[in-house]
Design a protein around this ligand. Structure first.
Ligand SMILES: Cc1cc2nc3c(=O)[nH]c(=O)nc-3n(C[C@H](O)[C@H](O)[C@H](O)COP(=O)(O)O)c2cc1C
Length: 195
């Protein structure tokens, strides 16, 4: 049996991202859960940012932003950046987060986030009251203590990474549990043609 909620009750579990736009002198942080990898070649990331907030206008002006994946250890700081506006305050200062220079864009990345993407704005549209920004990823940064081999991205230690997960709809934060299977592999058990 299933129950229905209508079309608007979006109950997705989503990793919490902190999106930064600005420069090393002045930059704003906005908490954005609606983030998606769009394409791998070119590597693009899509973010949904409300038209009423400060960040949407700033991203349009600066034409670049960084996407910083938050860990459980900065849950309070991430929540703070999602309930305050950069129009009135310096969120880096108030939340005690640290700017690090990016390699290819003016917007800094956040030191306290284990995974960071530098993005150049390549596309923009508005649906209802939400900006849809497409950013081309120009660089990916990862904390060296979160990967077994710093030269091999796939050796990511997810327990050390410990991403903060937002459960939309329920409005709560969770962390991920233990590994339960190997992707692109476990389904072969159901594939009658697989050898
Ligand atoms: C957990 C969480 C997730 C959020 N996700 C989004 C989102 O995906 N898109 C969005 O526009 N706002 C989202 N928000 C709300 C913005 O972060 C919030 O409106 C913020 O105050 C805007 O800041 P600004 O005015 O500095 O841009 C989220 C807030 C929280 C706490």
């Amino acid at each position: 049996m299933k129950t229905t909620f209508g079309p608007q009750k979006i109950l997705f579990p989503m990793p919490v991202s902190l999106v930064v736009t600005g420069n090393m002198e002045k930059a704003n942080i906005v908490t954005i859960a609606w983030v998606s990898l769009l394409t791998s070649s070119p590597p693009t990331i899509g973010i949904s940012v409300g038209t009423r907030g400060f960040s949407g206008k700033e991203i349009l002006r600066n034409k670049n932003f960084s996407v910083n994946i938050a860990g459980v250890d900065i849950m309070k700081e991430a929540d703070f950046c999602g309930i305050t506006s950069g129009k009135n305050i310096d969120k880096f200062k108030e939340a005690g987060l640290t700017k690090l220079p990016s390699r290819h864009i003016q917007s800094p990345i956040i030191k306290e986030c284990p995974l960071n993407f530098e993005c150049r704005l390549t596309d923009h549209s508005v649906i209802g009251t939400t900006n849809h920004f497409v950013g081309e990823s120009l660089e990916v940064h990862m904390d060296t203590d979160k990967v077994e081999d710093p030269l091999n991205y796939s050796t990511l230690m997810i327990e050390a990474f410990n991403p903060l997960i937002y459960i939309g709809g329920a409005r709560e934060y969770r962390k991920i549990g233990e590994k339960v299977g190997d992707a692109y592999s476990i389904g072969k058990h159901l594939d009658k043609d697989a050898k």
